[in-house]
Design a protein around this ligand. Structure first.
Ligand code: FAD
Ligand code: NDP
Length: 341
């Protein structure tokens, strides 16, 4: 017989562990399947790939990314969640209870919280790995304020809304921001483009690609190819803003996703198209993509999953749920899984 849990949380980053803390404290039997190098990311999520995190509340002097991840994991366990380093291969069933399959086991869960995050796309060229986290980054909001980048020339690669947003954001710190785009037109919204085009600190390099990065201990220079002509540009920072890949493919169409693979959730909620399956963090958020916003949506997911399990609250991407109003008490269509001892 498969193991039975009330809540199965898939993922191991800030969204997953915040959901686990809230679910455990609501006395729900809670299993976290944090993955085993799923998408080449260690349990703990994207923050395991960075150094200083300086914008997570409660750490006034900053905290190292891996340490913050360890603390969140320990917090989940201390509140009663069980955490297994297993990657979920598939989720089966369109109504509760759902079957969750890993290489080691199959479990049944009354509610699922998908918190599998996303992966920032990175470019590979000579020097790109050497200067990763030493001048090269994929998150301006996370790293832009670092002393290394203050009053220095910086560069952003990309032509979408993220690139516009990151270039604009970096002008607060940089002496100049080069926006490097491989084509001669941006795909970003007109409003975001306007902000960039009107900003005197941003210089746009169209039809250009970065082909190499150079420096001693940290990044000092990049080589750019423009229509086959190469030139060097002094920069202390280079930010990839070329999109993210949400980790939703293992669900194989079970829940609705948008054209880029992000799980669709009802605005202001974590309900997906399938009642009983909730999504939190970067796998459903292509805009904010911060540890604190991922954690916040993990909290919402646990509260909504609790309402679904204990009050049979109807919750799906187009439906409505109000945790503070009397909820319909109609029985669920399939039997619920009993609480694990
Ligand atoms: P993630 O952190 O992406 O975690 C998802 C986890 O789920 C991963 O461990 C993954 O392996 C696992 N997983 C994936 N698929 C499966 C599966 N099928 N089964 C089981 N597990 C699976 N934000 C900040 O607020 N401040 C910062 O300073 C900051 N710095 C950053 C630096 C870098 C280099 C990067 C890349 C991001 C940074 N961010 C920062 C962004 C922040 O890390 C993310 O917004 C946040 O981690 C998203 O949390 P999450 O829980 O949604 O998912
Ligand atoms: P996008 O996919 O929209 O844009 C990615 C950009 O990176 C494109 O300009 C693309 O070039 C470029 N690119 C991709 N691969 C490479 C490569 N190998 N080499 C060089 N350049 C490359 O991603 P975003 O992250 O910008 O946006 C994702 C979604 O999030 C969008 O829907 C966007 O609207 C939304 N968003 C909204 C924001 C807001 O409203 N404030 C803020 C941020 C994101 P090309 O154009 O040639 O394909």
């Amino acid at each position: 017989m498969p193991e039975e849990w009330q809540i199965c949380i898939i993922g191991g980053g800030p969204a997953a562990h915040t959901a686990a803390i809230y679910a455990s404290r609501a006395s729900l039997s809670t299993l976290v399947l944090e993955g085993f190098m799923a998408n080449d990311i260690a349990p703990g999520g994207q923050l395991t790939t960075t150094t200083h995190v300086e914008n997570f509340p409660g750490f006034p002097d900053g905290v190292m990314g891996p340490e913050l991840c360890d603390r969140m994991r320990k917090h989940s366990i201390n509140q009663g969640a069980r955490v297994l380093s297993e990657t979920v291969l598939s989720v089966e069933g369109t109504s509760s209870p759902f079957r969750v399959v890993t290489a080691e086991r199959v479990i049944l869960a009354e509610a699922i919280i998908v918190a599998t995050g996303s992966i920032a796309r990175r470019l590979t060229f000579p020097g790109s790995n050497t200067f990763w986290n030493a001048g090269i980054s994929a998150c301006a909001v996370c790293d832009g304020a670092a002393p290394l980048f203050r009053n220095r020339p910086l560069a952003v690669i990309g032509g979408g809304d993220s690139a516009m947003e990151e270039a604009t954001y970096l002008t607060k710190y940089a002496s100049v921001v080069y926006l490097i785009h491989r084509r001669d037109t941006f795909r970003a919204s007109k409003a975001m483009q306007k902000r960039v085009l009107e900003n005197p600190k941003i210089k746009i390099l169209y039809n250009s690609t970065v082909v190499a990065a150079h420096g001693a201990d940290t990044l000092e220079k990049i080589t750019i190819d423009t229509h086959g002509t190469q030139s060097d540009l002094d920069v202390s920072g280079l930010f990839f803003a070329i999109g993210h890949e949400p980790a939703s493919s293992f669900l194989e169409g079970l829940v609705a996703v948008d054209d880029q693979g992000y799980i669709v959730t009802r605005p202001g909620s974590t309900c997906t198209s399938v009642p009983g399956i909730f999504a939190a963090g970067d796998v459903q958020d292509k805009r904010w993509r911060q540890a604190i916003t991922a954690a916040a949506s993990g909290c919402m997911a646990a509260l909504e999953a609790d309402a679904f399990i204990n009050h049979h609250a109807d919750c799906h991407a187009t439906g409505s749920i109000d945790l503070f109003l009397p909820l319909p008490l109609s029985p669920p269509s399939t039997p619920r899984v009993s609480q694990k001892n």
